[in-house]
Design a protein around this ligand. Sequence first.
Ligand code: MBD
Ligand code: FE
Length: 288
Amino acid sequence: MTELDNSTDLERTARAADSGANATRVFQSKLAGGSTIPTERVDEVATAAIKALHDVIRDKQVTYEEYDYLKKWMIQVGLDGEWPLFLDVWLEHVVEEVANADREGSKGTIEGPYYIPDAPMLPAECTLEMRADEPGTPLRFQGQVRAVDGTPLSAAVVDIWHADDLGFYSQFAPGLPEWLFRGRVITDDEGRFAINTMQPAPYQIPTDGSCGTLITAAGWHAWRPAHIHLKVSAPDHLLITTQLYFEGGEYVGTDIADAVKPELLLTPTPRADGQGNEVTYDFVLDPA
Ligand code: MBD
Ligand code: FE
């Protein structure tokens, strides 16, 4: 590899130290109060989880050497601030599957570790915050929010966040504007929105942290396909947390976080004015 290739690689690699510590801090402010989960429930779930691990140890004949590396690794995950990343990449998709099994409206998927609440409020027709020379392919992302019975939902909130053209998230990578590619868009009288942004790039799990250590040790790849995160909500309706992907995009079939669903694929088309791409995607919210 040449020097130049190497520096390009470094630029494109998120660093665990930048993203992990902030993901941990942001998560800690989410659960302010104490747990209200009953003792019986903790007993039931914790006992089953521990037993599932016992079964793996027996089934795979786990050795003391492997057990000690597990301990060392788990200690390091905490030091790196990567528990939010680890849990959201490898467990959350099943929690989401259970949570949203009974929904009739739009499909959800995982939230991941990089949501920031209280992003700037924006009108139905808007442009997300970006830099003057923002690299990438412009995307006009438009659609309508409706109830299950088809009623348009005005004043719904389309809370959107995504990475930039290098796969970096604002507030989790250094040097980016605070609210880059983050905003809460309010739908108009017909429940519609039209958001001008830039298509995000695939996201690579930081390779220099403990999640990266696991990925390398196991011979996996470290990538999520390019995606747009959303939380869509309206009064008297259930909030849906979801992501949208790009049909035919790299890693769409091999997402390390297993969070792609066929219903969540966008197929943007070139705009008539030559200014990048456009795509329409509607959301349907279940009643509260
Ligand atoms: C991401 O951008 C993401 O969405 C998830 C789920 C995990 C890591 C990075
Ligand atoms: Fe993401």
